[in-house]
Write a protein that binds this ligand. Structure first.
Ligand SMILES: [Cu+2]
Length: 306
């Protein structure tokens, strides 16, 4: 029997918050642009007491890839700020996110094409014009932790931010070098996003290097949230499909894992820490023009990790 506890209510609130972040257009956001490298103190950030900084390197290609580190920190009242180097040598790049804030964050990269400015980009919700590209980035990372992604980073003007509706204080940077670069090597685990379904193989309990492969034409991401013991995938679909859900949620949204958003045809190797269990795998992204979140078009699967 489900008892509606304070914890469950908190979870419900955070689930609705996640929904709000993903689905709504409510956030005004900060449109301040900073271009700063991490300070020495930040570079030396230590793991939490009793914790370890887990960096799982993909052997081979990752060792030879260029590397950039993005830092995210909280700056009060739900505001958060990214820092990145001003200039990065492009190619196959290992992008690391160091989270020195208080809440889980991801680093979504955006690339601006043509003569458009970051201030223009930050005003965009839907429709999203073709000159603003979702360019991968680093998956959701816990406070005090660092995780990384290996992906092609072609030359261009970029910024690191949160989601479209809640970008935070973004960090702009320039990628120099070739316009076309090699794709990353294959990883043992794979999440393929199609229009509009997922194919999953090779996920196991612990830290996974995941080949996140968008073989569709649309933008997609992978959102993995642990399912509660009594819940089935229909409960999860109903929960996220309704904006008025009350009662105990069928998932533990505080333990969510989430990749960055990729354009159709793009691929990256990213890290996901997955304790054993059953997960709901969901895409909440809408099309460039708006439209329903892909969850409503069938992008929801149950995945068991052992
Ligand atoms: Cu999608």
């Amino acid at each position: 029997m489900e008892v509606v506890s304070a914890a469950a209510l908190r979870s419900a609130t955070s689930a609705l918050l996640v929904l709000a972040l993903v689905l709504s257009g409510c956030g005004g956001g900060d449109d301040v642009v900073v271009q700063e490298a991490p300070t020495a103190k930040e570079r030396g950030v230590a793991p939490r007491a009793g914790g370890t900084t887990k960096i799982d390197r993909l052997r081979g290609a990752r060792a030879s890839a260029a590397r950039m580190t993005i830092t995210v920190e909280d700056v009060g009242r739900g505001r958060f700020r990214y820092r990145a180097p001003r200039s990065v040598r492009g190619g196959l790049v290992e992008i690391r996110l160091r989270n020195i804030g208080d809440a889980p964050r991801k680093a979504q990269l955006w690339r601006i094409e043509g003569d458009h400015t970051i201030r223009e980009a930050l005003r965009i919700r839907h429709p999203q014009p073709d000159w603003l590209r979702t360019a991968g980035g680093v998956s959701l990372t816990e406070p005090g932790e660092m995780s990384s992604t290996l992906q092609a980073l072609p030359a261009g003007r970029y910024y690191a931010a949160g989601v479209l509706d809640t970008p935070g204080i973004v960090a702009s940077f320039t990628v120099t070098g070739p316009r076309t670069v090699p794709a990353p090597p294959r990883a043992p685990a794979r999440i393929e996003a199609l229009d509009f379904s997922f194919r999953v193989s090779g996920l196991r309990a612990g830290r996974n290097s995941v080949d996140f492969d968008n073989t569709g034409a649309q933008q997609h991401h992978a959102f993995l949230t642990p399912m509660r013991a009594a819940a089935d995938i229909k409960d999860v679909r109903r929960f996220f499909g309704s904006r008025t859900s009350i009662g105990a949620p069928p998932v533990d949204t505080e333990q969510t894992r989430e990749t960055a958003v990729l354009e159709g045809g793009d691929r990256q190797v990213t890290q996901l820490d997955l304790p054993a269990g059953r997960y709901a795998l969901i895409c909440f992204v809408r099309g460039r023009g708006g439209g329903p979140p892909h969850l409503e078009l069938g992008m929801i699967n149950e995945v068991t990790v052992r």
